[in-house]
Design a protein around this ligand. Structure first.
Ligand code: HEC
Length: 186
């Protein structure tokens, strides 16, 4: 009896020191593979594992089917996009993204000018005719209100008007100057 008491106390002490050494209480639990199963229990366990494996397989197949359908849908959607959209993605998205292209609506002339600028100044490589396709599409989808077109037209007229008036004045003063100068001064 005394021996049993001492052993018990030692076990508690060891247990305590193990616990204070940061070990997990689960490590003292009997491990499941050490549990003796009856044949019937083993059979039930095997069946459960098989059922779970089957369920996981069905779920994986389902997921795979779903992803394939989604991929096909996206591919079809891509193929169905208008030619101009695909062209813009090829020619314009590379130096910058699509957001920069479309964030600001422009008039037809505004779009034509931006694409020209991309071609001449920034070096976008476009085949002949592509500029019109791109500018037309962008003007259709991201068109600025007519008000802006009028403002642009008015500005253009003003600028050309002033430039025209200035050069006309220059020509006139030159002519007047020429008339007052003697033909062959001696
Ligand atoms: C070789 C590189 C390059 C390519 C290709 C290119 N861009 Fe750009 N784009 C730029 C750079 C650099 C800027 C910023 C400087 C500027 O505004 O010119 C810019 C700016 C822009 C802007 C904003 C300009 C503004 O004033 O708001 C638009 C819109 C734009 N690009 C449209 C296009 C379109 C449409 C195409 C296809 C035809 C295109 N870009 C192709 C380089 C490129």
């Amino acid at each position: 009896m005394a021996v049993r008491c001492v052993l018990h106390a030692a076990a508690v002490l060891i247990g305590c020191s193990a616990a204070t050494a940061g070990m997990d209480i689960d490590e003292y639990m009997p491990r499941s593979e050490l549990i003796e199963l009856t044949d019937e229990e083993a059979q039930r366990q095997r069946e459960r594992v098989l059922r779970e494996a089957e369920r996981a397989r069905v779920q994986a197949a389902e997921r795979e089917r779903h992803e394939a359908a989604e991929r096909m849908r996206i591919d079809a959607e891509h193929a169905a996009r208008p030619f101009a959209v695909r062209l813009i993605e090829q020619r314009c998205v590379g130096c910058h993204d699509m957001e920069l292209v479309t964030f600001k609506p422009r008039t037809r002339i505004g779009w034509e000018w931006v694409v020209l600028r991309m071609q001449w100044i920034n070096g976008a490589a476009l085949a002949p005719g592509e500029r019109t396709i791109i500018a037309t599409h962008l003007a259709d989808r991201h068109r600025a209100p007519a008000r802006r077109a009028l403002a642009e037209l008015a500005t253009a007229l003003l600028v050309f008007g002033i430039a025209g008036w200035l050069s006309w004045r220059r020509i006139r003063t030159h002519r007047a100057h020429d008339r007052n100068e003697p033909e062959n001064p001696r």
